[in-house]
Design a protein around this ligand. Structure first.
Ligand code: ASP
Length: 590
């Protein structure tokens, strides 16, 4: 070993000992006759004191050569720091090591950025020199947390009799609603593997094999346009179980989360998590991923404003629309400018603008004050228990459009008013999703989850009568307004699976070609089964209070899917391409 201790280990108990340490020089402070090095490794920082007059000429020369981020090995004696120099912020802050010998293990070129400053510099440079960025405490701790967190999950799974099983990376397309990453097959000209969007079909196969309880910390690949919480490759904690119902999966998931979160953080997880139907989630929060850390739910105003005197509201109601609103108790903090911005936002969404009433002690302010009837104001004050200083936004139109807009405004207002407390963690199950929806761009029916999700319906023969009305046996888990997991009870009967494929517009030739192996497998005694997958990157992001999943992934890609460190994706040798039996249009500029 090149060291007797780590840089985070030594304390007052070690005073008087001779120690050997190795690490990176994170800072050098020159005080004339004394030079201080902060020596850093994964575990912490130890202050090394170089008393120049006491060093041999060779050691003095070496000390003078040392620059930031050099890797050095030192030996010395541990002494207690004088009381006024104790640094309570670091674990070794009560001691320092008096340098007696040293060796430069490696030098370092001039740094592209100060390691400690990493947080404040551009992300691209951080990603290009990610190995340096990872020397920084906050990101290093995220990565270590991630490892501890998955370890606790594994412990839990093992205690519950789950089997960890790997599924293929080179596989066939499993639709989860995104584009596939394809890999050409050299040995099978013209054929391609798809990287898995999830292990969905293989985990179902494992249930058919009888494994009964499966999990995998699985890498998944989806070729989507990236946003701050997406990466082309990401990690799922993937679970599947047999002979269970929704309640069982939810129960095991809650216990898994409680165990792994409480063992690795100070966060207290209360179980069971509340549940909300999809319909209620949209009605109350305008989204299927509600943030329930704060109230300010969407309120129904159609009746209370029916005879308000406002012609706009009345015509909305006559056309079958609804009027809904948001009541902000300390609405004075929402400025005129904010109101104008919301008005613009509604216009961008195709509306005429947002209606609003500010309630004062004995009067109101509102752009429609003149037409509003006294009685309506009085009713609103009473029925909504409005206190002076409140601001009521209202909007009329088609229900889901209205809820959607108010839902976005709700989130925005909560941010403005600081209603969201970072240290609060609120989990929520959203259940009773519709099975199908219309793809707005392509005007065709598609699954809300994936096509293997079981409907809450057992009359196969009439399933296609009104498919959009059918609910699924799917459930999503939301944490602080972010979807962190989702799953379902699956279809385990061949006939029903075929029916779903045909409702999706697939002919038997097509579904047999794509999913024949699944259909065959369902035919050989598939047990009732279901499962779910958690987004590990997102969970770590939220638990660590980060804004982006890139802060939780050691080597993430940019929004354009580029690894700035390695340069992937990159052109390859033409020979390699021709071996793969593919032709590239080299003229096409990306
Ligand atoms: N395979 C699903 C997904 O990736 C999760 C599941 O249904 O278990 O979202």
């Amino acid at each position: 070993m090149l060291r007797t201790h780590t840089c985070g280990q030594i304390n007052l108990d070690d005073v008087g000992k001779k120690v050997m340490l190795a690490g990176w020089v994170s800072s050098i402070r020159d005080h004339g006759n004394i030079i201080f090095f902060d020596l850093r490794d994964r575990y912490g920082i130890t202050q090394i004191v170089c008393n120049l007059p006491e060093l041999t000429p060779e050691l003095l020369e070496l000390v003078n050569k040392v620059r930031q981020e050099f890797v050095i090995q030192i030996s010395g004696s541990v002494v207690a720091r004088s009381p006024e120099t104790v640094n309570p912020k670091i674990s070794t802050g009560s001691i320092e090591v008096i340098l007696e010998d040293a060796k430069i293990l490696n030098t370092s070129d001039a740094l592209p950025f100060e390691i400690q400053e990493g947080e404040n510099i551009g992300e691209n440079i951080r990603l290009k020199y990610r190995y340096l960025d990872l020397r920084r405490d906050s990101i290093k701790e995220n990565i270590i947390f991630r490892s501890d967190f998955t370890l606790k999950m594994r412990e839990f799974f093992s205690s519950e009799n789950f089997v960890e099983i790997e599924t293929p990376i080179l596989t066939k397309s499993t639709p989860e609603g995104a584009r596939d990453f394809l890999v050409p097959s050299r040995l099978n000209p013209g054929s391609f593997y798809a990287l898995p969007q999830s292990p969905q079909l293989f985990k179902q196969m494992l249930m058919i094999s009888g494994f009964d309880r499966y999990y995998q910390i699985a890498r998944c690949f989806r070729d989507e346009d990236l946003r701050s919480d997406r990466q082309p490759e990401f990690t799922q904690v993937d679970i599947e179980m047999s002979f269970i119902e929704e309640q069982d999966i939810m129960d095991i998931s809650e216990r898994l989360i409680k165990y792994s979160v409480e063992k690795t953080s100070n966060i207290k997880v209360d179980v069971p998590f509340p549940r909300l139907t999809y319909k209620k989630a949209i009605e109350k929060y305008g989204t299927d991923k509600p943030d329930i850390r704060f109230g300010m739910e969407i309120i129904e105003l159609s009746e209370s404003m029916a005879n308000s005197g406002s012609s706009i509201i009345e015509s909305v109601l006559q056309e079958g629309g609804r009027v809904k609103g948001l009541l902000i108790e300390n609405g004075e903090s929402i400025s005129i400018k904010d109101v104008d911005n919301f008005n613009e936002f509604v216009k961008q969404k195709g509306g005429k603008g947002i209606g609003w009433i500010r309630f004062r002690e004995n009067e109101i302010a509102s752009p429609i004050k003149k037409s509003l009837k006294e009685q309506t104001i009085k009713n609103l004050r009473e029925s909504l228990k409005i206190t002076p200083g409140s601001l009521l936004f209202f909007l009329g139109g088609e229900t889901s459009w209205v809820c959607n807009i108010l839902g976005e405004m709700r989130t925005e207002i909560a941010k403005k008013l600081n209603l969201v407390k970072e240290e609060i963690f609120k989990f929520l199950w959203v259940v009773d999703f519709p099975l199908f929806e219309i793809n707005p761009d392509e005007d065709r029916i598609q699954c809300v989850h994936h096509p293997f999700t079981s409907p809450q319906y057992d009359d196969i023969d009439t399933l296609d009568k009104d498919p959009l009305k059918i609910k699924s046996r799917a459930y999503d888990l939301v944490l602080n307004g972010i979807e962190i997991g989702g799953g379902s009870i699956r279809i385990h009967q061949r006939k029903l699976q075929e029916k779903i494929f045909s409702i999706l517009g697939m002919k038997p030739e097509e579904y047999n070609e794509k999913f024949g192996f699944l259909l065959d497998a369902l035919g050989y005694g598939a047990p009732p089964h279901g499962g779910l997958a958690f987004g590990l990157d997102r969970m770590v992001m939220i638990l660590r209070n980060e804004e982006s999943i890139r802060e939780t992934i050691p080597f993430p890609k940019t929004q354009k899917g580029v690894c700035l460190l390695s340069g992937a994706p990159s052109p390859v040798d033409r020979k390699q391409i021709s071996d793969l039996h593919i032709k590239v249009d080299f003229q096409t500029k990306q």
